[in-house]
Write a new protein. Structure first.
Length: 559
């Protein structure tokens, strides 16, 4: 067996994964297929394609990892096998037709979880399951366990703060205090190891955007493009700093819009900081915050004389070195500015602007006229649909006879838990779940079937609200208590639809029911949206670009 081990080690170091799979499967006696060997086999099955994993390979690897775990339940090798089994099981769920036994996964997790005393890698694996199942309570429960240990990953702390944004009773004071603690936890590197920041102003304002999401037509690209398509090249030099694992046609299209771009994904913090500082950037705008595959530690160590948070995360980052956050007067009130560590840049109308779509808008008839019943809809990610949202929507469905509710998430998520929640409220038969679609045309066309879009709370829709309004569908939202929960307010105020902003949950339900009964008023609202929205602040890219760059120049020119 020692000779075999040396062969395996050599093949693995040479990345000859297919040969290694063959050796273990064909030339190794069953008695020697121990848990470590099976872990190696499962890993090689997944590594050999060097690209996107197939359904068949995931199913095969998952069965191998399960076998490995069952051989050694109580060892560290068994722990690794279970982590691999859980992760591959979640990956398999990207394929609609594959069933996963989640009860089995939870059973294995509980017995191993107790033995290994809150192992972070194991908890992060089970968190992927709870995220897929949209179980906010469990997500926050396990994230809090990890955060309380004080030595967890920075990404875990970011996730903990971010997922609290979905919780309906979390005040802004919580985000302020937790984000400040995050700032203290982030590594502070010795300045002697870092390139100097050039505080001398350039002839052109050197502006950089930092993101991990410029790919796959990510929703933020529709907002960022409004800036990159309309800037004065004589006044600005713009960098795109990518943190993408993969680049695609969207990435390449954005590279064409800027002066320079580079990818820091493969660089450690110090190398990334030095590379960015060496570009002599005047202003850097982070469009991730605590979301996505962020590089928040880089901003802790300052990359440019002026650092700004915008677009991707609608709350405070907590960083002392994050100088500004871009907002508008509808999102952060004057008496709340002390609950954001950043100074507030108030844009005159709205904090972001959508590019719109390159097809002719047409006025579509109210679906009610054809169906003879009201259809509500929400195409927001299912993460945003908490228990309070389900309760409110269920009351609306009960009070509006024969009404339907269309739901669809842009992220692949399980629907069983949501179906069970609606079932408890006796409205399950009124809720229609649509599978995630790769066809964007199909996604937008779904709005043609919706009479009234229902916003989620406290985590409002943003991209989905812009899309609904572009398709002339009114969006009913609710007043919030911070930036994150007031996005719907700002959107509706900027198209003059104050009526569609509810004071509270009871008013939200009342307005949905009232509007459903007054279809003539609903038709009038939809017509007004159709006629006026493209010239509103939501889609006026020219004016937004002017306002955006003027705000940057005011900050830049401050003594």
């Amino acid at each position: 067996m020692e000779e075999k081990a040396e062969v395996f080690k050599k093949l693995f170091s040479e990345k000859k994964y297919t040969e290694l799979v063959f050796e273990i499967e064909t030339n190794l006696e069953e008695k020697y297929k121990t848990t470590p060997v099976l872990n190696l086999l499962g890993a090689c099955i997944l590594l050999r394609t060097r690209g996107k994993k197939s359904k068949e390979d995931l199913v095969w690897a998952s069965s191998i990892f399960k076998q490995a775990y069952l051989k050694e339940r109580q060892t560290n090798h068994g722990l690794l096998a279970l982590v691999n089994f859980i992760n591959t099981s979640v990956d398999i769920k990207n394929f609609h037709e594959v069933e996963i036994n989640f009860k089995e996964i939870f059973s294995y997790f509980e017995e191993t979880h107790e033995l290994h005393d809150h192992n972070e890698v194991l908890i992060l694996a089970i968190l992927r399951v709870y995220k897929y199942l949209n179980n906010l309570e469990k997500i926050l429960y396990y994230l809090e366990i990890l955060v309380d240990r004080k030595n967890c990953k920075i990404s875990t702390i970011c996730s903990y703060i971010y997922y609290n944004c979905f919780k309906n009773d979390q005040p802004q004071e919580f985000f302020f205090e937790e984000a400040k603690l995050l700032d203290k936890t982030l590594p502070k590197y010795e300045e002697g190891k870092l390139a100097k920041i050039n505080n001398n102003k350039n002839k052109k304002i050197s502006l950089a955007f930092l993101s991990s999401d410029i790919a796959r037509k990510h929703s933020i690209t529709y907002f960022l493009k409004t800036i990159l398509s309309k800037y004065d090249k004589n006044k600005y030099k713009i960098f795109l700093i990518l943190n993408n694992a993969e680049e695609d046609f969207t990435t390449n299209a954005f590279k064409e819009l800027v002066d320079e771009s580079f990818n820091i994904k493969g660089l450690d913090d110090i190398k990334a900081i030095n590379l960015i500082r060496q570009q002599n950037i005047d202003i850097i705008i982070d469009i991730m915050g605590l979301t996505s595959d962020n590089r928040i530690a880089l901003l802790k160590n300052r990359l440019a004389p002026i650092q700004i948070s915008w677009l991707g995360y609608c709350n405070t980052t907590g960083l002392e070195n994050m100088d500004y956050i871009i907002s508008d007067k509808n999102l952060i009130y004057q008496n709340e500015e002390n609950l954001y560590t950043e100074k507030i840049i108030f844009l005159p109308k709205i904090w972001n602007c959508h590019l719109g779509f390159d097809f002719e808008r047409k006025e579509h008839p109210l679906p009610f006229k054809i169906n003879k019943y009201i259809t509500f809809g929400s195409l927001n990610n299912y993460n945003k649909i908490n228990n309070d949202v389900v309760e409110a929507w269920s009351k609306i469905l009960k009070q509006v006879s024969d009404s339907k509710l269309i739901l669809k998430s842009s992220i692949k998520r399980d629907t069983d838990r949501l179906k069970e929640l609606f079932k408890k409220h006796d409205v399950a038969e009124s809720v229609i779940f649509h599978e995630r679609s790769d066809s964007f045309e199909e996604h937008l066309n779904l709005y043609k079937e919706i009479d009234i879009a229902l916003d989620t709370f406290p985590y409002n829709g943003v991209t989905t609200s812009f899309e609904a309004i572009w398709m002339s569908v009114p969006v009913l939202t609710m007043k919030g208590f911070n930036f994150n929960s007031r996005c719907g307010e700002s959107i509706n105020k900027n198209i003059g639809m104050n009526y569609l902003i509810a004071e509270n949950k009871n008013d939200y339900i009342f307005k949905a029911v009232e509007l459903s009964k007054n279809t003539e008023k609903l038709i009038s609202i939809r017509k007004e949206i159709f006629e006026n929205v493209t010239s509103s602040a939501l889609f006026d890219t020219t004016q937004f670009s002017i306002d955006f760059f003027k705000s940057l120049e005011r900050v830049y020119n401050k003594p």
